[in-house]
Design a protein around this ligand. Sequence first.
Ligand SMILES: NC(=O)c1ccc[n+]([C@@H]2O[C@H](COP(=O)([O-])OP(=O)(O)OC[C@H]3O[C@@H](n4cnc5c(N)ncnc54)[C@H](OP(=O)(O)O)[C@@H]3O)[C@@H](O)[C@H]2O)c1
Length: 315
Amino acid sequence: MKTVTLNDGTAIPAFGLGTWKSPKDAVYEAVKTALKVGYQHVDAAWIYQNEQEVGRGIGEAIGSGVINREDLFVTSKLWNSFHAPEDVEKGCKETLTALGLDYVDLYLMHWPVAFKPGTLGPKPEDLVPLSEIPFSATYEAMLALKEKGLVKSAGVSNFSVSKLKKLIEETGVVPAMNQVELHPYNPQNELLAYCRAQGIGVTAYSPLGSGDRPESMKLKDEPPLLENETVNAIAAEEGISPAQLLIAWAMDRGTVVIPKSTNAGRIAENFSAASHSLSERARTSLDNIDIQYRYVSPDSWFISGVTYEGESFWD
Ligand SMILES: NC(=O)c1ccc[n+]([C@@H]2O[C@H](COP(=O)([O-])OP(=O)(O)OC[C@H]3O[C@@H](n4cnc5c(N)ncnc54)[C@H](OP(=O)(O)O)[C@@H]3O)[C@@H](O)[C@H]2O)c1
């Protein structure tokens, strides 16, 4: 499996299994199937509310000799309601207990947004101003988890260039990873270039267009990425499926990619895309798709517009 080397020397498998929206019973089977097929990287999060079942799948795979813990890379994420520095370890330990692990390989701050402790959002009154809990204070508490051996690497998610700059300036530390939405409708070239220049690894989430998001998170008439004409035509030319093409494109850009599936056939299909080499024509065709669309946004947390604390959330 191709790996990406992070700025702390850690090698992360460039392809992994996403688990957001995966129902509990299905994710347990999906993780077991994926690890059997050859996946070595699972992307989890406290807020997905299925870490226990993800952990059960991992535990069984390790127990039955399918994979060793050292060959498996597990990512998880600190939820917004654990941003107070004194709550960070609690959030991490809840994840570790659910997963049944002593450590995670990579721990990310899920969003640069703080909620009141004990709340899941999305209610306007759940938001805590960044002046009260700056994300740099949260990140410093996450770095302490490395010292305690609870996490091997630390990083962030959903950080824009300006938020990354602020984080680096305030903590003096360059995060190992920024996990963001990336696909041909939202290629974020500027963010990618900045991360490359700073030595920040980038993970592409929702690489297939996140078609199974709850209806409440969808805008009417949103463009389904997997049905895009160019994606379908180029996939046919390359002799692979549209999903495989999107995965190969993400890996070709040097990003880590974590497509979600709970379907055994699609789990295997996605895995085999990780070894596909993209032609120059495929690369340029996907690079030049001229549609801009972001599927995942914090709109539903009343960060609408999308402005947050006086500036655009994504700038
Ligand atoms: N950090 C963050 O804030 C954040 C936000 C969003 C996502 N993520 C992470 O990124 C992962 C992936 O993103 P996502 O779940 O939003 O969406 P995604 O991976 O872009 O798309 C998932 C959808 O694609 C379908 N699918 C999977 N393989 C397919 C194939 N070969 N052909 C056709 N359809 C296929 C899945 O259905 P089946 O399951 O039925 O196959 C599901 O409906 C998440 O699960 C999560 O781990 C992180």
